[in-house]
Design a protein around this ligand. Structure first.
Ligand SMILES: *[C@@H]1O[C@H](CO)[C@@H](O)[C@H](O)[C@H]1NC(C)=O
Length: 296
């Protein structure tokens, strides 16, 4: 519902020859802007003025009322990287609203890495819903509660995506890992560049307590806020992937293993905060667990 803008980003619409000099100049420009101005990183793509970039490009807000939600997308496409952004979710009675924040490629056999934040009545917990699609097939939901109130402050939500794994992070705590298990015949997103999208919309037919709690329109407009977009990623440029890392440890996000401390954190989250895992949903998968669930 959110991908309606032109298919070519500002950087890839250049038809100049891809000489090394041109590439280097473009890469430099992207490196400089990668931690910066939201005007340079995103286009508001729908919502008729309900999405706004404010404070000279420091803050972005999306809003939802009974007539429409709103959404934005990144100007760049990425093929692998670590992508971070801070979000402050709809406060108060946000039941029925969904804030989606995801990476997605184009076409009928698309890849997608999803965060969706399902709102709730005041004082009741949001659900963080996650999913991974490869070649158009998803059905890999995991859901979590958070260990803080995501409406009181900004928190960092990140996706790490490299050829070996996808890791979802909340404030640098890994909450989910999806490994590349192509050796078991499980498709893995690794060749289609993805754009970052976010949208705020009404989903009161399913979002809160399975659709039992409806959106209270007397509370509208609902607003979610975004800031501090940061990428350490390979940008898809002129038909190829160009890595723009400027971190001290170049491309540390490419490192294939998660490390002991992060494994401990991941298992803490799974133990304490995971409320749904498709891997153990025998009703949905009566003929046995999906392949990727059979290895730890
Ligand atoms: C909303 O709160 C209820 C009651 O605490 C809880 O069961 C539910 O998981 C919460 N989240 C959503 C999105 O329904």
């Amino acid at each position: 519902m959110s991908s309606s803008s032109s298919s070519s980003s500002s950087s890839s619409s250049s038809s100049s020859p891809s000489s090394l000099a041109v590439l280097l100049v473009l890469v430099t420009v992207i490196s400089v802007t990668s931690a910066g101005n939201l005007y340079q990183e995103f286009d508001i793509t729908w919502g008729d003025g309900r999405g706004k970039i404010l404070d000279n490009g420091v803050l972005l807000t999306l809003s939802l009322d009974r007539f429409s939600g709103s959404g934005f997308q990144s100007k760049h496409q990425y093929l692998f990287g670590k992508i971070d952004m801070q979000l402050k979710l709809v406060p108060g009675n946000s039941a029925g609203t969904v804030t989606a924040y995801y990476l997605r490629s184009q076409g009928p056999s698309w890849d997608e890495i999803d965060f969706e934040f399902l709102g709730n009545l005041t004082g009741n917990p949001y659900i963080v819903h996650t999913n991974v699609y490869a070649q158009g097939k998803g059905d890999r939901e995991q859901q979590f509660y958070l260990w803080f109130d995501p409406t009181a402050d900004f928190h960092t939500y990140s996706v790490l995506w490299n050829p070996q794994r996808i890791v979802f992070y909340v404030d640098e705590v890994p909450i989910r890992e999806f490994k590349n298990l192509e050796r078991l015949g499980v498709p893995f997103p690794k060749s289609q560049p993805m754009r970052l999208y976010s949208s705020l919309w009404n989903a009161d037919d399913w979002a809160t307590r399975g659709g039992l709690v409806k959106t209270d329109w007397s509370q509208a407009p609902f607003t979610a806020s975004y800031r501090n977009f940061h990428t350490d990623a390979c940008v898809w440029l002129l038909g190829r992937s160009t890595c723009n890392s400027r971190s001290p440890v170049a491309h540390s996000w490419l490192s294939p293993e998660m490390g002991f401390a992060n494994r401990q954190k991941l298992s803490w989250v799974r133990r304490r905060f995971m409320i749904y895992n498709y891997c153990v949903d025998a009703k949905r998968f009566p003929q046995g667990q999906p392949r990727e669930c059979t290895v730890s």
